[in-house]
Design a protein around this ligand. Sequence first.
Ligand SMILES: [Zn+2]
Length: 405
Amino acid sequence: MAKRAASTSTNLDTTEVTINSHAAISRVTKMMSIPGKSGEERAIADFITGELKNAGVPESAIQTDSANKKSHLGGQIGNLIVKLPGTVKGPRRLLMGHIDTVPLCVGCRPVRDGNLIRPKDPTTALGGDNRAGACVVLTTALEILKRKLPHPPLTLLWPVQEEVGLVGAKYVNAAKLGNPELSFNWDGGPPDMLVIGATGDFNIEIKVNGIASHAGAHPEDGVNAAAIAALAITDLTRDGWHGLIQKGRHSGTSNIGVISGGDATNVVMSQLQIRAEARSHDPKFRQKIVDQIRKAFEKAARELKNAAGRRGSIEFEATLKYESFKMDLNEPSVEAAKSAMESLGMAPAYRISNGGLDANWMTANGIPTVTMGCGQQSIHTVDETLHIESFLQACHVAMKLATTV
Ligand SMILES: [Zn+2]
C-alpha cells in the first residue's frame, strides 16, 4: 500500500535504531486492515505470532494468558505474551501495545495520503489506535531478531480488550511476564509524549425506586422516580459536585451519563436506572465525590412522600474501574524513555492523562509503565489518521529502549 518509504530521522546517535521504514509502514497498514474489535482479537494475534515465528521465535516462547475468561465480554483469546531471552546482560524490559480496536474500525481499508495513512471509506475509523502501538512492538522485535542485534531480556505484551475498560491489562497474568524492571506502552498520541500518570475512575450504578400509581386517577399515591432523580441531580449541580468539580485544592469530575426508566405516561414512574462515573487523581477525593452523589440521591428519596407518607428508595453501587497512578520522574522507566527520546533529538513532554490507560492496571499489578504515542490522530472517529513520521519515530524510540543497556 505504501508507495514510497519515508525517510528515517537524520539526528540519530546510533545505527541500531534505524529500521526498515518501508517494511514498518506496510506492516502497520496490514495490521490496521485486519478487523479486531475488543473480544475479537484472534486474527490480529495470529498475524503477530506468524510474523514472529517467521523471524525464528520458537512456539514455546509464545503464549496467551486467560484474561478473556475473567472478562465480562468473554472474548476469543487472552493477552499475547512473548518472552525473548537476552543476548546481553541487563534488566528485563517489557514493551506493550493493545491489539483491540473500537468497533468503528472494523472494515477499514487503510490508504496512504501523503504523510498520513487514513481510512479509504468515510464510514470507518482507521484503527491506528492501537494497531500502530502493537506494530511498534512487533517491528522492534522483528528488527532485533532479523538483524541479530544484541539485546537484554525482553517481554512483549499485546493486551486484549483495552477499549472496553482496560480489561486485558487488568487481568494480565503478571507471573508470565518475567519480572520486567522497565516497562513501556504505546497507545494513542504523539511520539514525544510521556504519560507518567492517569486518573482513577469509579463506575456508579444507581437504581431509584419510586412507587407506581395511576397518574390520572391517583397521582398522590405514587412517588415518581424521575422526580427523586431530578432533585438529586439539581442538588449536585448547584453544589458543584456534577461535571468539573473544584473544591479548594481538590479536583475531579463526575457525570450522570445514562438515564433510563418509566413504562407509560399514565403511570407514576416507579423505577429509574442511572449510570454515572466519578474521576479524580486523588483517591480520597474521588471517594468523596462518590459519597456526595450517594447522599444527594438518598436525601432526594427522603424528601418525596406519597399521600400515605411512604417514600421511594435508592440502591447505589460504585465499583472502581481503575486506580489512578503517578510515577516519579526518577522512576527508571521514565528516565529511560526520556533519555531515549532525547538521544534521538526529540523533546519529550510529561503528561498526566485524564483517561484510563492499560498502564493504570500494569502499575497496579506491580509493573510501573510509561505510555508513549506513535502518531495516532483523531482516534475513535472516521477522521482518524496515522502520521507516518511519528509512527517511525516511535519505532526508533522502541528500538533504543529494547537494545540499550
Ligand atoms: Zn488505545
